[in-house]
Write a protein that binds this ligand. Sequence first.
Ligand code: SAH
Length: 334
Amino acid sequence: MTVADFMAAANGHYYATRDPLGAAGDFTTAPEISQMFGEMIGVWIADLWSRAGSPAFRYVELGPGRGTLAVDALRTMARFGCTPAGIDLVETSPTLRAAQHTRLPAAEHRDEVDALPDDAPLIVVANEFFDALPIHQYVRVADGWRERMVERRDGLLAPVAGEIPADDAVPASLRGHPEGTIVETAPVSAAIMQRCAFRLARQGGAMLVIDYGYAGPAAGDTLQAVKAHRFVDPFADPGEVDLTAHVDFAALAEAAHGAGVFVSPLATQGDWLRRLGIDARLQSLAAAAPTRADELKGQRDRLVDAQAMGDLFKVMAFTAPGWSAPAGFTGDAV
Ligand code: SAH
C-alpha cells in the first residue's frame, strides 16, 4: 500500500482508540502546555471579528483534541463580547469526541468540513491538525520518480520504491533532485483546505492554521512517529504510534488561493504569539499568581523560544473577501 494509505489507516486506529495527549500519553501540544496559547487565539479572533463589524458567526475547530484550545479561546473571546452562535468540532475519533463533549457540552460534532452549517461566517482554527493527515511520498530512483510503498519484508513493514513511474505526481520544481531524494505531497490536506476556503469565500469568516512545517515547496522525508514522547520507527508498530509529517504551507496557500480567499504571510509561532501580546499576558498571570511565575515563564518559553516550538511551528491565516487583514503577521496578504 502507499505511505498515504498506511498513514491514514494507522492514524485512524490510533486516534480512535485513545486520548494520546499530555504527559501520560504520547505527545503534548501547545494548548496542553499553557492556557496562554488558546488565549492568544481568542484575542486574535475577537480583534478580527470586531473589525468585521461583530457579525453572528460560528466557531469551528478541526481536530480539537481535548477541547482545551477551544475552552481557553472562547473564554477570552467572551471578555470582548465575542460569543459564537454555534460551536462546531470536526473530529473523527469517538474517544476524543467524548473528551470534547465533557469540556464543551454546547458544541456539535461534524464528520467533515462539508457537513458544517452554511448559515453564518465561520471562524476556523486548526492546531496540529494537518500534520496528522496522510501524505504521499515519492522517491527518486535511477530512471525517475516512484511512489513509496509500505511492504512486509521478512515479517517487518518497510518503505520501498514502487514499480510504476510517478514523475507526474512530483511537483515540477522538485523533479530535478538527485537519486535517493524523497518528496512529499498532501492531497487530502489540500482538499480540506480548499473546502474550508470555499466556505469562507461564500459565508465570510477566517481560518487560522498552526502546525509544524515549512514554507514549501521543499524535498525531504518528514514522516515521523512518536510514542511516549520519543521518536520511534514509523513502520514498526502501526496504529499504536502517532504518525505525522511536516506541513507544506505553500501547498495550503495554493489550495486556498484557488477558492478566492486572502492568505496571510507565514509567521513563526514565536513571532506571532509575541505580536499578539503573550508577554503582557504572562506578566498579568504571574502578578496574579506569584508562586507560579517561574512555571508560567517556562510555559511561555516553550511556546515562543526558537529552540523550543517558536521557530518550527508556523502560523498562516486565511480571510474571506471583505474581512480586514488579521493581526500578528507582517507584510502584505497574498
Ligand atoms: N488540536 C489539538 C489536537 C491535535 S492532535 C491540540 O492542539 O491539542 C490531532 C487531532 O486531529 C485529534 O483530535 C485527532 O483525533 C484529529 N484528527 C486526526 N485525523 C482527523 C481527520 N481525518 N478528521 C478529523 N479529525 C482528525
